[in-house]
Design a protein around this ligand. Structure first.
Ligand SMILES: [Zn+2]
Length: 417
């Protein structure tokens, strides 16, 4: 049995990672002008590597927080008057309608940090009971720079993904919840394929980062230009590879399957809990099982988990993975480098399901996800449980972090370990 059972349980003698100190992420919001305050907060968020910055209206004031390695951290409080001026400044920068406060709005702008780095920001406003909330997504231009080898795939899964990407055509789905790194994986796949020998088109809403040599398009609500319309146009452009940012409607699902069936390699993300669940999600869009079975070549599912800060992690004395003294379990208590959180980065846990002839038959027969999943395991698929145990055995994370990121029903059952 692996070091993590399903549902996972904590071993009694394991050291818990300390709750991060409250001041690990806070910043002194000095009494500057609104533009200075906004610049300070954006620089702070970027310096911490945050993915989002939030302004939340509360009773009488605003709180500022950010999302760091997937976790919300409070960074400070702003007086209501200053916050309103800051929000007005951001809305003006993002070319949003300054007079409209009753409807959600979105906009974009580019911020230059104090260190001279240019950061793309996507701004969304939302009216709430206490006033207007604003969230700012930090679009990471580096996200498209991660190669397939550094996504966190185990060697077997890396090999399987490589084989899938070299198929001449078919549908390859990447599944997982929002914020699980699906787009980073798709970008890595596109970079891998983008060697000048293929014509690659991508549709994203919005385009997260520019990829040289890839023809990227995005829908435009103001023009009434929709995702399905763009996709139909792209199919007529004679592409070899089509990347679909996300399949979120029936028409896109049907067009993706028919493009894959007509010989294009189609890469797309989709919401589904585990790899085998991608089949049910596609069928729920009304795609005929026969067409899905003939086009689908593989499904990758993923979750992001935090990995220990290399500066402060330590082996726990006498606590070994599978009772093996050569593989101690690790913990981290936090240090200034990791803002006292104990975690320094994130990596992905993967399931890579290759559609074989038996699985194709199960898809065609509309068999439920667990039947497809069991067959994939029999054929040697590394499921989330095995991937998590490998990461724990490497001393880079602990079972509590895995439990936080992967729901118990996605960790399979203990009998499979
Ligand atoms: Zn640390």
């Amino acid at each position: 049995m692996g070091s993590l059972t399903a549902p996972p349980t904590s071993s009694p003698n394991r050291v818990r990672v300390a709750e991060p100190a409250a001041d690990g992420f806070t910043t002194n919001i000095a009494a500057g002008s609104p533009p200075e305050t906004v610049t300070h907060l954006l620089d702070h968020a970027v310096a911490l590597g945050a993915s989002d910055l939030f302004f939340s209206a509360e009773d009488g004031s605003y709180s500022a927080s950010l999302r760091h390695l997937g976790i919300i951290r409070k960074i400070g409080r702003l007086p209501a008057e200053l916050a309103r001026h800051c929000l007005a400044h951001i809305r003006a920068e993002a070319a949003m309608d300054i007079a409209e406060h009753r409807r959600p709005q979105d906009g974009r702008f580019t911020h230059q940090t104090g260190t001279g780095k240019f950061i793309d920001l996507r701004v969304c406003s939302m009216p709430t009971l206490n006033g207007e909330d604003l969230s700012i997504r930090v679009l990471d231009r580096e996200a498209g720079a991660l190669p397939v080898d550094r996504l966190g795939l185990l060697p077997d899964d890396r090999e399987k993904l490589g084989q899938l990407l070299h198929r001449p055509g078919g549908l390859l789905l990447v599944t997982g919840p929002t914020g699980s790194g699906k787009t980073t994986t798709l970008y890595a796949c596109l970079r891998h394929l983008n060697d000048g020998s293929r014509r690659i088109h991508a549709i994203e809403d919005p385009i997260e980062c520019a990829l040289a040599g890839v023809h990227q398009s995005q829908p435009n609500a103001k023009l009434g230009l929709t995702f399905p319309e763009l996709l139909r146009g792209i199919v007529r452009q004679g592409p070899d590879v089509i990347m679909i940012g996300e399949i979120r409607d029936a028409e896109t699902a049907h067009t993706a399957v028919s493009a894959a069936n007509s010989g294009h390699l189609v890469l797309a993300t989709l919401h589904a809990p585990v790899a085998a669940g991608g089949v049910a999600s596609m069928l729920a869009f009304g795609v005929a099982p026969h067409f899905l079975a003939t086009s689908l070549i593989g499904i990758v599912s993923q979750r992001l988990v935090r990995t220990f800060c290399p500066e402060c992690r330590f082996p726990i004395e006498g606590d070994w993975v599978n009772g093996d003294p050569l593989t101690p379990r690790y913990a981290a208590l936090g240090c200034p480098v990791c803002h006292h959180s104990g975690f320094g980065a994130r990596t992905a846990l993967f399931e890579v399901l290759t559609v074989t002839r038996p699985i194709r038959s199960l898809v065609q027969a509309r068999e439920p996800s667990h039947v497809i999943e069991d067959q994939a395991r029999r054929e040697g698929m590394t499921d989330f449980l095995k991937a998590a145990n490998a990461l724990i055995a490497s001393g880079r994370t602990d079972p509590d972090e895995v439990k936080r990121c992967v729901p118990p029903d996605c960790l399979g059952s203990a009998e499979h370990t």
